[in-house]
Design a protein. Structure first.
Length: 379
Protein backbone atom coordinates (compact mmCIF):
# COMPACT_ATOMS: atom_id res chain seq x y z
CA UNK A 1 0.00 0.00 0.00
CA UNK A 2 1.59 3.28 -1.09
CA UNK A 3 1.38 6.27 1.19
CA UNK A 4 2.42 9.90 0.84
CA UNK A 5 5.26 9.26 3.30
CA UNK A 6 6.59 6.13 1.62
CA UNK A 7 9.99 6.20 -0.03
CA UNK A 8 10.37 5.28 -3.66
CA UNK A 9 11.46 1.71 -4.27
CA UNK A 10 14.85 3.00 -5.40
CA UNK A 11 15.39 5.14 -2.30
CA UNK A 12 14.24 2.35 0.00
CA UNK A 13 16.57 -0.16 -1.67
CA UNK A 14 19.49 2.27 -1.34
CA UNK A 15 18.77 2.93 2.33
CA UNK A 16 18.40 -0.78 3.13
CA UNK A 17 21.69 -1.44 1.34
CA UNK A 18 23.35 1.23 3.48
CA UNK A 19 21.89 -0.28 6.65
CA UNK A 20 22.98 -3.81 5.76
CA UNK A 21 26.52 -2.59 5.15
CA UNK A 22 26.53 -0.80 8.51
CA UNK A 23 25.17 -3.88 10.28
CA UNK A 24 27.80 -6.12 8.71
CA UNK A 25 30.70 -3.73 9.36
CA UNK A 26 29.93 -2.31 12.81
CA UNK A 27 26.81 -3.56 14.52
CA UNK A 28 26.90 -7.36 14.25
CA UNK A 29 30.63 -7.65 15.08
CA UNK A 30 30.06 -5.62 18.26
CA UNK A 31 26.79 -7.24 19.38
CA UNK A 32 28.50 -9.55 21.87
CA UNK A 33 30.47 -6.69 23.46
CA UNK A 34 27.33 -4.53 23.67
CA UNK A 35 25.55 -7.37 25.47
CA UNK A 36 28.42 -8.04 27.87
CA UNK A 37 29.05 -4.37 28.67
CA UNK A 38 25.35 -3.39 28.76
CA UNK A 39 26.31 -0.32 26.78
CA UNK A 40 26.00 1.05 23.26
CA UNK A 41 28.94 3.33 22.58
CA UNK A 42 28.54 6.92 21.47
CA UNK A 43 30.50 5.98 18.35
CA UNK A 44 27.90 3.34 17.49
CA UNK A 45 25.08 5.82 17.99
CA UNK A 46 26.89 8.40 15.88
CA UNK A 47 27.18 5.89 13.04
CA UNK A 48 23.39 5.48 13.08
CA UNK A 49 22.85 9.23 12.99
CA UNK A 50 25.44 9.75 10.25
CA UNK A 51 23.71 7.11 8.13
CA UNK A 52 20.36 8.84 8.68
CA UNK A 53 18.67 5.79 10.20
CA UNK A 54 18.45 6.68 13.90
CA UNK A 55 15.19 8.51 13.22
CA UNK A 56 14.48 8.09 9.52
CA UNK A 57 10.74 8.75 9.91
CA UNK A 58 11.23 12.39 10.94
CA UNK A 59 9.46 14.39 8.18
CA UNK A 60 11.71 16.08 5.65
CA UNK A 61 10.50 19.54 6.70
CA UNK A 62 12.16 18.91 10.07
CA UNK A 63 15.42 17.65 8.58
CA UNK A 64 14.63 13.94 8.52
CA UNK A 65 14.36 11.32 5.85
CA UNK A 66 10.59 11.44 5.59
CA UNK A 67 10.30 7.66 5.75
CA UNK A 68 7.00 5.96 6.45
CA UNK A 69 6.30 3.68 9.40
CA UNK A 70 6.61 0.79 6.94
CA UNK A 71 10.08 2.01 5.93
CA UNK A 72 10.97 2.44 9.60
CA UNK A 73 9.83 -1.10 10.38
CA UNK A 74 12.10 -2.46 7.66
CA UNK A 75 15.07 -0.50 9.00
CA UNK A 76 14.47 -1.71 12.56
CA UNK A 77 14.32 -5.31 11.37
CA UNK A 78 17.61 -4.98 9.49
CA UNK A 79 19.42 -3.44 12.47
CA UNK A 80 17.94 -6.04 14.85
CA UNK A 81 19.51 -8.78 12.74
CA UNK A 82 22.83 -7.43 13.99
CA UNK A 83 21.82 -6.31 17.48
CA UNK A 84 18.39 -6.11 19.06
CA UNK A 85 19.75 -3.61 21.58
CA UNK A 86 20.97 -1.20 18.91
CA UNK A 87 17.66 -1.60 17.07
CA UNK A 88 15.88 -0.44 20.21
CA UNK A 89 17.18 3.09 19.53
CA UNK A 90 15.31 3.11 16.24
CA UNK A 91 12.23 1.62 17.90
CA UNK A 92 12.15 4.28 20.61
CA UNK A 93 12.54 7.08 18.09
CA UNK A 94 9.96 5.64 15.67
CA UNK A 95 7.14 5.68 18.21
CA UNK A 96 8.12 9.06 19.61
CA UNK A 97 8.42 10.70 16.22
CA UNK A 98 4.98 9.46 15.17
CA UNK A 99 3.40 11.14 18.20
CA UNK A 100 5.38 14.39 18.06
CA UNK A 101 5.03 14.79 14.28
CA UNK A 102 1.24 14.53 14.63
CA UNK A 103 1.15 17.13 17.41
CA UNK A 104 -0.55 20.49 16.99
CA UNK A 105 2.30 22.00 19.02
CA UNK A 106 4.27 23.58 16.20
CA UNK A 107 6.94 25.01 18.48
CA UNK A 108 7.72 21.57 19.91
CA UNK A 109 7.94 19.96 16.48
CA UNK A 110 10.25 22.58 15.00
CA UNK A 111 12.46 22.58 18.09
CA UNK A 112 12.65 18.87 18.89
CA UNK A 113 12.39 16.87 15.66
CA UNK A 114 15.46 18.37 13.92
CA UNK A 115 17.50 17.54 17.04
CA UNK A 116 16.19 13.97 17.03
CA UNK A 117 17.01 13.60 13.35
CA UNK A 118 20.51 14.98 13.86
CA UNK A 119 21.26 12.73 16.81
CA UNK A 120 21.30 15.49 19.44
CA UNK A 121 18.25 14.01 21.17
CA UNK A 122 16.90 10.49 21.60
CA UNK A 123 13.21 9.95 22.26
CA UNK A 124 12.64 7.25 24.88
CA UNK A 125 9.66 5.77 26.69
CA UNK A 126 8.88 3.30 29.42
CA UNK A 127 8.74 -0.38 28.57
CA UNK A 128 6.75 -0.93 31.77
CA UNK A 129 3.75 -3.17 30.95
CA UNK A 130 1.57 -1.01 33.20
CA UNK A 131 2.23 1.99 30.99
CA UNK A 132 4.02 5.20 31.85
CA UNK A 133 1.12 6.48 33.95
CA UNK A 134 1.57 3.79 36.60
CA UNK A 135 4.08 5.43 38.94
CA UNK A 136 3.83 9.06 37.88
CA UNK A 137 1.57 11.61 39.57
CA UNK A 138 0.75 14.60 37.36
CA UNK A 139 -0.98 17.77 38.42
CA UNK A 140 -1.83 21.08 36.83
CA UNK A 141 0.60 23.91 37.58
CA UNK A 142 1.17 27.48 36.49
CA UNK A 143 2.82 27.32 33.09
CA UNK A 144 2.35 23.61 32.51
CA UNK A 145 2.19 20.25 34.30
CA UNK A 146 4.00 19.12 37.45
CA UNK A 147 5.37 15.57 37.61
CA UNK A 148 6.33 13.50 40.64
CA UNK A 149 7.01 9.80 41.03
CA UNK A 150 8.85 7.07 39.16
CA UNK A 151 8.93 5.92 35.57
CA UNK A 152 10.45 2.44 35.28
CA UNK A 153 12.29 0.53 32.56
CA UNK A 154 13.35 3.55 30.51
CA UNK A 155 16.32 3.04 28.15
CA UNK A 156 19.10 5.45 29.11
CA UNK A 157 21.59 5.10 26.27
CA UNK A 158 25.13 6.27 26.91
CA UNK A 159 25.08 7.82 23.45
CA UNK A 160 26.23 11.37 24.01
CA UNK A 161 22.76 12.58 23.06
CA UNK A 162 20.28 14.08 25.54
CA UNK A 163 17.26 12.00 26.47
CA UNK A 164 13.70 13.22 25.95
CA UNK A 165 11.25 10.88 27.65
CA UNK A 166 7.62 10.69 26.54
CA UNK A 167 5.30 10.46 29.52
CA UNK A 168 1.66 9.44 29.24
CA UNK A 169 -0.02 11.28 32.13
CA UNK A 170 -3.50 12.11 33.42
CA UNK A 171 -4.14 15.65 34.68
CA UNK A 172 -7.56 16.49 36.11
CA UNK A 173 -9.07 13.43 34.36
CA UNK A 174 -7.61 14.52 31.03
CA UNK A 175 -4.89 12.60 29.26
CA UNK A 176 -1.66 14.35 28.30
CA UNK A 177 1.35 13.17 26.35
CA UNK A 178 4.43 15.06 27.53
CA UNK A 179 7.97 15.38 26.18
CA UNK A 180 10.34 15.80 29.12
CA UNK A 181 13.96 16.81 28.52
CA UNK A 182 15.67 14.67 31.16
CA UNK A 183 18.85 16.73 31.35
CA UNK A 184 17.19 20.15 31.18
CA UNK A 185 13.71 20.12 32.74
CA UNK A 186 11.84 23.43 32.93
CA UNK A 187 11.83 23.09 36.72
CA UNK A 188 12.63 20.54 39.42
CA UNK A 189 14.95 17.65 38.72
CA UNK A 190 14.99 14.19 37.19
CA UNK A 191 16.91 11.55 39.12
CA UNK A 192 18.33 8.71 37.02
CA UNK A 193 18.43 5.43 38.92
CA UNK A 194 21.01 2.62 38.79
CA UNK A 195 21.36 0.35 35.79
CA UNK A 196 18.89 -2.53 35.74
CA UNK A 197 20.55 -5.93 35.32
CA UNK A 198 18.29 -7.10 32.51
CA UNK A 199 18.39 -10.52 30.89
CA UNK A 200 18.02 -9.30 27.31
CA UNK A 201 18.54 -6.22 25.11
CA UNK A 202 21.20 -5.31 27.62
CA UNK A 203 22.75 -2.45 25.64
CA UNK A 204 19.54 -0.46 26.05
CA UNK A 205 20.70 0.28 29.62
CA UNK A 206 17.25 0.56 31.26
CA UNK A 207 16.92 2.62 34.42
CA UNK A 208 14.18 4.19 36.52
CA UNK A 209 13.58 7.92 36.27
CA UNK A 210 12.35 9.66 39.39
CA UNK A 211 10.62 13.01 38.94
CA UNK A 212 10.98 15.54 41.74
CA UNK A 213 8.58 18.46 41.15
CA UNK A 214 9.48 18.46 37.46
CA UNK A 215 7.68 21.24 35.63
CA UNK A 216 6.74 20.34 32.08
CA UNK A 217 6.03 23.62 30.33
CA UNK A 218 3.12 24.03 27.95
CA UNK A 219 5.67 24.06 25.15
CA UNK A 220 6.57 20.46 25.99
CA UNK A 221 3.01 19.13 25.87
CA UNK A 222 2.66 16.95 22.79
CA UNK A 223 -1.11 16.78 23.13
CA UNK A 224 -3.82 17.11 25.77
CA UNK A 225 -7.49 16.23 26.21
CA UNK A 226 -9.07 14.43 23.26
CA UNK A 227 -5.99 15.04 21.14
CA UNK A 228 -3.92 13.63 24.01
CA UNK A 229 -5.81 10.37 23.80
CA UNK A 230 -5.32 10.24 20.03
CA UNK A 231 -1.61 11.05 20.33
CA UNK A 232 -1.08 8.39 22.98
CA UNK A 233 -2.86 5.76 20.91
CA UNK A 234 -0.82 6.68 17.83
CA UNK A 235 2.32 6.45 19.94
CA UNK A 236 1.48 3.02 21.34
CA UNK A 237 0.46 1.67 17.92
CA UNK A 238 3.80 2.70 16.44
CA UNK A 239 5.62 1.30 19.49
CA UNK A 240 3.98 -2.11 19.00
CA UNK A 241 4.98 -2.19 15.34
CA UNK A 242 8.51 -1.15 16.27
CA UNK A 243 8.81 -3.94 18.84
CA UNK A 244 7.37 -6.44 16.37
CA UNK A 245 10.02 -5.39 13.85
CA UNK A 246 12.75 -5.82 16.45
CA UNK A 247 11.47 -9.29 17.20
CA UNK A 248 11.37 -10.19 13.52
CA UNK A 249 14.98 -9.14 13.03
CA UNK A 250 16.08 -11.19 16.04
CA UNK A 251 14.16 -14.20 14.73
CA UNK A 252 15.69 -13.91 11.25
CA UNK A 253 19.15 -13.80 12.82
CA UNK A 254 18.40 -16.88 14.95
CA UNK A 255 17.24 -18.80 11.86
CA UNK A 256 20.37 -17.73 9.97
CA UNK A 257 22.71 -19.00 12.68
CA UNK A 258 20.75 -22.22 13.16
CA UNK A 259 20.79 -22.94 9.43
CA UNK A 260 24.54 -22.35 9.16
CA UNK A 261 25.24 -24.50 12.19
CA UNK A 262 23.05 -27.32 10.86
CA UNK A 263 24.99 -27.27 7.60
CA UNK A 264 28.36 -27.43 9.37
CA UNK A 265 27.67 -29.75 12.33
CA UNK A 266 27.90 -33.48 11.58
CA UNK A 267 26.47 -36.49 13.36
CA UNK A 268 26.86 -40.10 12.21
CA UNK A 269 29.07 -38.86 9.39
CA UNK A 270 26.56 -36.46 7.80
CA UNK A 271 25.53 -32.82 8.42
CA UNK A 272 22.57 -32.61 10.79
CA UNK A 273 20.87 -30.55 8.07
CA UNK A 274 20.36 -33.89 6.27
CA UNK A 275 18.09 -35.16 9.04
CA UNK A 276 14.41 -34.72 8.32
CA UNK A 277 13.74 -33.64 11.91
CA UNK A 278 16.23 -30.77 11.61
CA UNK A 279 14.85 -29.64 8.26
CA UNK A 280 11.33 -29.69 9.70
CA UNK A 281 12.41 -27.46 12.58
CA UNK A 282 14.14 -24.97 10.27
CA UNK A 283 11.27 -24.96 7.77
CA UNK A 284 8.73 -24.26 10.52
CA UNK A 285 10.90 -21.45 11.85
CA UNK A 286 11.10 -19.84 8.39
CA UNK A 287 7.36 -20.13 7.78
CA UNK A 288 6.42 -18.58 11.12
CA UNK A 289 8.89 -15.74 10.66
CA UNK A 290 7.45 -14.89 7.27
CA UNK A 291 3.91 -14.84 8.69
CA UNK A 292 5.01 -12.50 11.49
CA UNK A 293 6.84 -10.20 9.05
CA UNK A 294 3.84 -9.95 6.74
CA UNK A 295 1.52 -9.05 9.63
CA UNK A 296 4.00 -6.49 10.96
CA UNK A 297 4.31 -4.78 7.58
CA UNK A 298 0.53 -4.79 7.20
CA UNK A 299 0.22 -3.13 10.61
CA UNK A 300 2.78 -0.51 9.60
CA UNK A 301 0.84 0.22 6.42
CA UNK A 302 -2.31 0.53 8.48
CA UNK A 303 -0.69 3.24 10.62
CA UNK A 304 0.58 5.03 7.51
CA UNK A 305 -2.98 4.97 6.17
CA UNK A 306 -4.25 6.67 9.31
CA UNK A 307 -5.42 3.50 11.04
CA UNK A 308 -8.67 3.50 9.10
CA UNK A 309 -8.09 0.54 6.80
CA UNK A 310 -8.79 -2.30 9.22
CA UNK A 311 -12.07 -4.15 9.30
CA UNK A 312 -12.07 -5.86 12.69
CA UNK A 313 -9.25 -4.58 14.93
CA UNK A 314 -5.96 -2.65 14.76
CA UNK A 315 -3.29 -4.94 13.37
CA UNK A 316 -0.53 -3.53 15.58
CA UNK A 317 -1.90 -5.52 18.53
CA UNK A 318 -1.71 -8.76 16.59
CA UNK A 319 1.67 -7.94 15.06
CA UNK A 320 3.32 -7.31 18.41
CA UNK A 321 1.81 -10.45 19.93
CA UNK A 322 2.61 -12.76 17.01
CA UNK A 323 6.07 -11.43 16.14
CA UNK A 324 7.38 -11.56 19.70
CA UNK A 325 5.85 -15.01 20.25
CA UNK A 326 7.44 -16.32 17.06
CA UNK A 327 10.78 -14.73 17.94
CA UNK A 328 10.89 -16.53 21.29
CA UNK A 329 9.92 -19.86 19.74
CA UNK A 330 12.38 -19.50 16.87
CA UNK A 331 15.22 -18.50 19.19
CA UNK A 332 14.54 -21.50 21.46
CA UNK A 333 14.52 -23.79 18.42
CA UNK A 334 17.81 -22.25 17.27
CA UNK A 335 19.33 -23.13 20.64
CA UNK A 336 17.91 -26.64 20.28
CA UNK A 337 19.54 -27.06 16.87
CA UNK A 338 22.87 -26.08 18.43
CA UNK A 339 22.42 -28.61 21.22
CA UNK A 340 24.59 -27.96 24.27
CA UNK A 341 26.52 -25.30 22.37
CA UNK A 342 23.36 -23.24 22.24
CA UNK A 343 23.91 -22.31 25.89
CA UNK A 344 27.53 -21.29 25.34
CA UNK A 345 28.19 -17.58 24.95
CA UNK A 346 30.62 -18.26 22.12
CA UNK A 347 27.53 -18.78 19.97
CA UNK A 348 25.07 -15.90 19.44
CA UNK A 349 21.86 -17.89 19.76
CA UNK A 350 21.81 -17.74 23.57
CA UNK A 351 21.87 -13.92 23.36
CA UNK A 352 19.19 -13.96 20.70
CA UNK A 353 16.98 -16.12 22.93
CA UNK A 354 17.33 -13.60 25.77
CA UNK A 355 16.72 -10.63 23.47
CA UNK A 356 13.64 -12.26 21.93
CA UNK A 357 12.08 -12.82 25.34
CA UNK A 358 12.66 -9.19 26.24
CA UNK A 359 10.65 -7.99 23.24
CA UNK A 360 7.78 -10.19 24.37
CA UNK A 361 7.71 -8.59 27.81
CA UNK A 362 7.92 -4.95 26.72
CA UNK A 363 4.67 -2.96 26.61
CA UNK A 364 2.82 -5.77 28.31
CA UNK A 365 2.12 -9.42 27.80
CA UNK A 366 -1.67 -9.31 27.39
CA UNK A 367 -2.04 -8.23 23.75
CA UNK A 368 -4.20 -11.24 23.01
CA UNK A 369 -6.75 -9.95 25.54
CA UNK A 370 -6.82 -6.58 23.79
CA UNK A 371 -7.39 -8.36 20.48
CA UNK A 372 -10.28 -10.32 22.01
CA UNK A 373 -11.79 -7.10 23.38
CA UNK A 374 -11.51 -5.45 19.97
CA UNK A 375 -13.20 -8.40 18.30
CA UNK A 376 -15.98 -8.47 20.89
CA UNK A 377 -16.66 -4.77 20.33
CA UNK A 378 -16.42 -4.89 16.54
CA UNK A 379 -19.46 -3.90 14.53
Amino acid sequence: MATEKSMSDEDRALLLETVRALVAAKIAPNAKVIDEDSRISSEMFRSLADAGINAATVPEIFGGGGASVLDGAMLIEEVAKGSGAVASILSMNLAGVEAVAASANGHLKYDLLPKVSGGERVLVWSADPDGSRGGVIASAATGGTLLNGSLHWVPCYDSGADLVVLVDAVVDSQRQLLAVDVSKPSGGRVEIGPLESDLGLRGASPRSLVFHDVLVSTGQIVAAGASGVAAAEKFYSAARVALASQANGIAVSALYHATNYAAERSQFGVPIMDFESTRTILGTMALNIEAARKLTFAAAEQIDAGGQSYERFPLDLGAKWLATKVAVEVAIDAVQVHGGYGFVKDYPVERLMRDAKMTQLMLGTGQILAIADALANAD
